[in-house]
Every structure is written in C-alpha cells, then in structure tokens.
Write a protein that binds this ligand. Structure first.
Ligand code: SF4
Length: 323
C-alpha cells in the first residue's frame, strides 16, 4: 500500500477536501457547501472522497485540517495537523506557484491578502466585516440586475465603458448602481463597474498599507469571475494568475502539512458515530454580547466560534461546567 494524505478546509460557506500521494499529486478532491453545519458537511465530504479514492492501492496516514472549523473537524477526523488558513493557503499556493509573492483571495463572505517571501507567509490581512469586497456583494447585485452570477465575468469583459460605482461600502455601491441604471447606463457597463468596485474596495480595505508585489495569484470563488480578474490586472498593472485548483488551496496546503509532519495516524473513513454537544454562551464582556457557539466532546471544549474579539475566546480543552 502507498501512503496518502488528506487535507480538509472547512469554511463558513464551503467545505473542501483533497487527498494527495507522496509526490503531492491529487488523487481525489471535492468541494461542497457547508450549509451552516460543518460536522455534517465533513461527513458528506468524506463519504464522497471515499467513493472517488482507490482504497486498495493507498492508505491515508496523515490528515490536516484548516478553515474556521478546523479544530472541530480536526477532532472528528483525528487530524495529525491543525493549522490556520493563512499557513495552509500559503503552503498550498507555493506548491504550484513556488515564486508567488502576493495571494489575493475573495470568497463568499470574506476576503484576505497574504504576502509571501521565500515560500513563507510573512504578513496578511482579512476582511470579515464589509461585504462590498466579497462574493456575497456580487451575487446580491447580480440578482438585482437579473443576471446569473456565473455570467457576470463574461458580461463585464464586453464593456467598453465601465460605469463608475462607489466602492466605499455595500450601501453606497447599491444606491449608486440604482442611480446608474436610472441614468441609462447599460447593464454590461454596470456589471463591469461592479467588478471594478469590488477590486477598488479590496485594495482600499484588505490591501490597505500592503505592498502588492508580483507574482500575484488570485483565489477564492470570485477568482472565477473574469471581470474581477481583469479589474485586478488593470488596477495593479501586473499579471494576475488564477489557478484551476485555486478554490482547493487551503485543503491542498493542509494535506501537504500532514505529509510534512512526522505524526502518523491511519485515517478511518468511518466517522459517522462521533457524538458532539453544542452549547451557546453569551460573552457579556462588552455591549456586543457576542453569542459564542461551543462544541464539546465528552464535556471537553474542542472548538468555539462567534466571538468578535480575543476577549471572548474560550480555550479549547476547557471542561464544561454546569452553572
Ligand atoms: S467577544 Fe469581544 S466583542 Fe464580543 S461581547 Fe465579548 S468582548 Fe465584546
């Protein structure tokens, strides 16, 4: 039997999984929606990967997890490596673009920038608060215009004179879009304007103060939109590379981290029977009163989310106390 390694990236919108061999060739991969339930999404992902993977030839001897639910999923799959998204994305991207200096990422609900030097992430920034620089913004505007979101990129490329759409925030951009429609701008020019607006918002917020150096790789669901890719090229005056596996980079990076780790633990595809208890805690340390979701296994905290700052962080490994 040959060794293989599994990487899982569980985000708030999508869950991705990749199995690689010792030479980092992809043996199986899958991308599904998380639908608010990272545990169920992981079980479904593992079932699909199992079907597409040759268990008679390979055995999985190391598993890495990343993404917002990495600790929780790491516990379900008995991960040998649990790493944050920044590290996992940088490792995954440098495996196919060894000289990358800047990774731009725009996902459904958040966006980030990672600066890389000699294959190592040296700086990063994330945006989880403003929707204007994310896929959610493009998808809501595509509904408003009656255009399928997947066609926005192609339509944007047809524009000769993109409308100028305010990039500051979602509310301004939306009212500007309505105004431009009333003024008679074509939908093509408005779509191109929206793509430019997403890029301007990204550069002014996520990329603020960051030196964007080539080679540049653009990832995340929005990288499939050719209009946004062109807008980045125009705004930065540099080539912007989009990898066909860009949406899987976090999972690929996790699988590589599992391969590079000395820890070994044979993965069992049979993860259906693990029991978890979820409890909700109100932080209460400031008027935001964040609702923190805590997930326990055998009364031991294995993951939590929902706190908007470090003060609300609850340490994993904390025992559940009945109050
Ligand atoms: S997690 Fe931070 S922002 Fe949220 S209630 Fe606690 S102190 Fe306030």
């Amino acid at each position: 039997m040959e060794n293989a390694f599994l990487g899982i990236d569980v985000g708030s919108i999508s869950t991705k999984g990749v199995i690689i061999d010792e030479n980092e060739n992809i043996l199986a991969d899958e991308y599904i929606w998380t639908e608010g339930n990272p545990i169920e999404a992981t079980k479904k992902l593992v079932r699909i990967l199992e079907k597409n993977f040759d268990k008679t030839k390979y055995k999985i001897v190391g598993t890495g997890t990343t993404g917002s639910a990495r600790k929780l999923v790491g516990s379900i799959v008995n991960a040998t490596v649990v790493k944050n998204e920044i590290t996992a994305h940088a490792i995954g991207t440098t495996s196919t673009h060894p000289d990358v200096r800047t990774i731009l990422e725009i996902g459904g609900q958040d966006s980030k920038i990672i600066l890389v030097e000699n294959g190592i992430a040296v700086d990063y920034a994330m945006n989880t608060l403003c929707a204007a620089g994310t896929g959610a913004f493009l998808s809501s505007q595509s509904h408003r215009l009656g255009i399928p979101v997947e066609e926005m990129g192609k339509i944007a490329l047809e524009s000769k004179n993109p409308a100028s759409i305010a990039a500051r925030c979602t509310v301004f951009a939306e009212s500007d879009l309505v105004h431009k429609l009333q003024m008679g701008h074509s939908k093509t020019d408005i779509v191109a304007g929206l793509c430019n607006s997403v890029v301007a918002n990204y550069i002014n917020n996520v990329g603020k103060g960051k030196k964007i150096v080539a080679p540049i790789v653009f990832q995340g669901g929005v990288s499939k939109n050719e209009g946004v890719v062109k807008a980045f090229k125009d705004a930065l005056g540099e080539e912007v590379h989009v990898d066909k596996n860009g949406h899987l980079m976090g999972a690929i990076g996790s699988a590589i981290l599992a391969k590079e780790s000395t820890k070994r633990n044979e993965f069992s595809f049979d993860i259906e029977d693990v029991e978890f208890v979820t409890r909700e805690v109100i932080c209460g340390k400031c008027p935001n009163n964040c609702e923190i979701i805590c997930v326990y296994r055998d009364d031991m905290l294995i993951d939590s989310w929902g706190n908007r700052c470090e003060k609300g962080e609850i340490k994993t490994g904390t025992k559940y106390k009945v109050s």
